[in-house]
Structures are given as structure tokens and as C-alpha cells.
Design a binder for this molecule. Structure first.
Ligand SMILES: [Zn+2]
Length: 331
């Protein structure tokens, strides 16, 4: 998989430009910002990391997570996700243009993973599957095709997306996860992909999911981790560290702490990312002024593709990619 297939550079840059316009519109009033503790381990020992687009990122001295603080309150964030132009751009242009590639390269393998997880770890009946942040319902479709659940349900707060999921025949709980009740859904396995980095409180988010999981049920989620290669190398130049969207970049160590204090037992935390090196290659090609370590420059300019592929596999196998995946069981 290449970055260009799921995140074409020109389209992504247009999207980031819309984000910059949104920031002036929605986040000018800094009195609506609050200081927060480390979203992973809860420690209040932070130091300044860098400023980006007027927002401050801090690093946790305890677990190494990178996070936005002060950050907009959840009310401001929710309002932005309902009204922001960038959010609409993402769902109408960005997502649509990359949806075929995403289905094939991302959603189908994930649905196969869900079936594998059930075979390996499920102690309950495989009755109900729920995807939190169901979007266009592509993942719901792929999980249905696996034919391992009796019902497949989406949780999706955005009315237009919830409608799309319903038009594909899925039951949808049209609420933010924090508002979903145990009467709405009780799932044997819940998934949430690329949501955790956006939310005001990752711990509250995971606890809210915990409430709708049956006893011994499972959660599978993915997000970005600051411990990974492309984020470490590019740091403040990384397009993945982008306020106000990506505000929690939990470290590998911090992820264990976060999952445990949110009411789960960790089964497996890994970083199966495939595009770290490709992201660095593209970033440096686009902006040659970005300073990367001498070895990294050698790796991306002078090394053959066979070595580069082997290096990416090395990152995957040693939990050094920026794409992190967690499988856990409700305690
Ligand atoms: Zn921490």
C-alpha cells in the first residue's frame, strides 16, 4: 500500500487548507480552551513540545504521549464536527475519491481481521457487531460479507452518514457514543477506526464503548501513535499531527495504560502500519527543507526498494510504526 492510494497528496493539501480556514472560524476564542492531563496515563507532568497553527502540543514526561493542551472543550469540538467545512470536505470529496482503494486495501483486510479475532479470542456468542464511527457503512458491508455475526450495527452521529448506512440496510444508532445507552445496543465485538486521535477524552470515549460491550466482549481499535517512525522523524512537520483534528498521539507505552484504566484487559497491541517510510519519502520530496536525520535521508534516497520494504516490515514487527492497533477484552 502507498500513501498516494489512500491519501493523494494534492487532495490532502487542499483538505489541510480548508482546515486552516476552519481554525480561524471555529477556534479563535481561546477562552473556550482548557488545560488537560495526559490523555493516556492521566499524569499532569507535561512539557512543551511545539506550537502548530496557534495550538500547543505537550509531551507527557511519564509515558511520552503527545497531545494538545490547552484544547477546545468537547462542546466546541462537537460543534466543529457538525459544522466545519473540512469535515464536509473529508466526507464529500476526500473520502469518496479514495473509497474504492480504502475498501480494498483497508476495510476488507480489517473485516477479515475481525473474523480472525473472533476465532482466536471470542468467549461469547457472535451475535452483535458494532462499528463506532460507521461513516459511509463500507466497513459494515465488509463485515457483513464475512458472515460471522447475526447482526451488524453502526453507531454514527452524523445524520447524512447515518442515512447512508440505513440505505444500505443496516441498523444505525444515530448518537455520539457517549450518549448511546445499553438499551440501544449490546455488542460482542465493537470496532472504532481512526477516531481516538480526534476525541476530547480518549479515556471517556473508551469507557463509553465499554458500556455497550457484553461481559467478556471485545474491542478492536486503531489510531496514530507518536512512538512510530514517520511521526518521530517528521515531528511537527508531520501532516498527521494536525490540530484541531489529531489531538491525541498516544505513545505505545501510554496505550497500555489508557486501555487498562478504561476498563479493559489488553490482549494485543501492535503497530501493523504499512506506509511510514512512504510518508517520510513524500514529505521530504514535497518540502526538501524538512530536516531529517542523515541515516533517514540515506534510507529514503540511496537505498533500494527491497531494503525499504524490509525496513517497513522491521517497523511493523517491532512496534515502531505510527499506525497502532489494539485488541482488548472488557474487564
Ligand atoms: Zn502520559
Amino acid at each position: 500500500m502507498k500513501e498516494a492510494e489512500i491519501r493523494p497528496q494534492e487532495l490532502f493539501n487542499r483538505y489541510l487548507e480548508v482546515v486552516r480556514q476552519d481554525i480561524k472560524m471555529f477556534f479563535a476564542d481561546k477562552s473556550q480552551f482548557v488545560d488537560v492531563e495526559c490523555p493516556a496515563c492521566g499524569c499532569n507532568c507535561q512539557e512543551f513540545a511545539f506550537e502548530k497553527l496557534g495550538f500547543q502540543y505537550k509531551i507527557c514526561k511519564e509515558c511520552g504521549s503527545l497531545y494538545l493542551s490547552p484544547r477546545p472543550t468537547s462542546k466546541v469540538i462537537d460543534h466543529y464536527y457538525q459544522e466545519g467545512k473540512a469535515v464536509k470536505f473529508w466526507s464529500s470529496n476526500f473520502y469518496r475519491e479514495t473509497s474504492d482503494a480504502r475498501r480494498k486495501k483497508i476495510y476488507r483486510p480489517r473485516a477479515e481481521l475481525v473474523a480472525d479475532i473472533l476465532r482466536s479470542y471470542s468467549k461469547t456468542n457472535n451475535e452483535v457487531f458494532t462499528d463506532v464511527g460507521a461513516g459511509f457503512g463500507i466497513f459494515l458491508e465488509e463485515v457483513s460479507k464475512q458472515d460471522v455475526f447475526q447482526s451488524v450495527i453502526g453507531v454514527e452521529p452524523a445524520p447524512n452518514m447515518a442515512d447512508i448506512c440505513r440505505s444500505k440496510g443496516f441498523q444505525v444508532v444515530e448518537k455520539p457514543i457517549e450518549a448511546v445507552l445499553t438499551e440501544d445496543v449490546q455488542a460482542n465485538l465493537v470496532t472504532s477506526f481512526e477516531v481516538l486521535e480526534h476525541v476530547f477524552s480518549p479515556c471517556d470515549f473508551l469507557k463509553a464503548i465499554n458500556k455497550i460491550i457484553v461481559e467478556n466482549g471485545l474491542i478492536l481499535f486503531t489510531t496514530l501513535t507518536i512512538s512510530g517512525f514517520d511521526l518521530q522523524v517528521l515531528w511537527e512537520h508531520s501532516k498527521s499531527i494536525y490540530p484541531p483534528h489529531h489531538i491525541n498521539l498516544i505513545s505505545f507505552e501510554g496505550m497500555h495504560r489508557l486501555v487498562e484504566r478504561s476498563g479493559y484487559e489488553v490482549i494485543q497491541i501492535t503497530t501493523p502500519g504499512k506506509i511510514d517510510l512512504d510518508i517520510v519519502v513524500n514529505a521530504v520530496r514535497e518540502d526538501p527543507a524538512i530536516k531529517v536525520p542523515r541515516f533517514v535521508r540515506h534510507l529514503i534516497e540511496k537505498t533500494d526498494t527491497k531494503a525499504q520494504k524490509a525496513f517497513q516490515i522491521f517497523l511493523q514487527e517491532n512496534n515502531l510504526s505510527s499506525h497502532i492497533r489494539c485488541i482488548a477484552r472488557k474487564k
